[in-house]
Design a binder for this molecule. Structure first.
Ligand SMILES: Cc1cc2nc3c(=O)[nH]c(=O)nc-3n(C[C@H](O)[C@H](O)[C@H](O)COP(=O)(O)O)c2cc1C
Length: 182
């Protein structure tokens, strides 16, 4: 079974052949601006939920050290506070963020062979902003949810990654002001 499955995985499609070129030198220096450009291009390429990302958190370190966990979320905004997302404060991720307010985000747009990943510290935004986000949800029914929390991740590092058909993938890693990092 595992041998058959291993071979099956090898037959699955790779990146599409017609990938865009990415030249970090001519891209916007502001990472938020470059991200918005890539998000627009992902939408134009037909990505269904280009604003969906994986959020990784860790629990409070116990005997074996911290245990990471991840799940998909929806990006709500980007501003001076950081990159916004919302969830229940009492959820696993909510509890983990209370104990350890650091996280990593990962966006992936397969049609363009692009990935954006961020890591940094997370703060909870105001009750008013959280309530507004709750009521703006597509299936909002008018009820309040006092546990709903809007968070902002302030990235320390942001990496833009572009796959290339010849395997010469481009990695552009920057600080929050766009300064290239090693
Ligand atoms: C594409 C997608 C988007 C999602 N967006 C959110 C979201 O914005 N907020 C949220 O709380 N859960 C969202 N979920 C559900 C989470 O992935 C997760 O199952 C849930 O929040 C519980 O996670 P936890 O137990 O790790 O706290 C989304 C799931 C998918 C697949």
């Amino acid at each position: 079974m595992s041998e058959t499955f291993r071979k099956f995985l090898r037959t699955l499609p790779d990146f599409p052949a017609d990938l865009p070129a990415f030249d970090p030198g001519s891209a916007p220096q502001d990472p938020a601006l470059l991200f918005k450009q890539w998000l627009d291009e992902a939408l134009d390429a037909g990505e269904q939920q280009p604003h969906a990302f994986s959020l990784a958190t860790v629990d409070a370190a116990s005997g074996g050290g911290p245990q990471p966990s991840s799940r998909m979320l929806i990006l709500k905004n980007i501003d001076d506070d950081g990159w916004h997302f919302a969830t229940s404060r009492t959820s696993r991720k909510g509890r983990e963020l209370t104990a350890e307010p650091r996280a990593a985000m990962n966006f992936y747009w397969p049609r363009l062979g692009r990935q954006v990943r961020l890591a940094g510290t997370v703060t909870g935004l105001s009750v008013e902003a959280s309530s507004l986000d709750w009521h703006e949800r597509p299936r909002a029914d008018g009820t309040d949810n006092p546990n709903w929390q809007l968070y902002a991740l302030q990235p320390r590092e942001i990496e833009f990654w572009q796959a290339a058909a010849d395997g010469r993938h481009v990695r552009h890693r920057v600080g929050p002001d766009g300064t290239p990092l090693e």
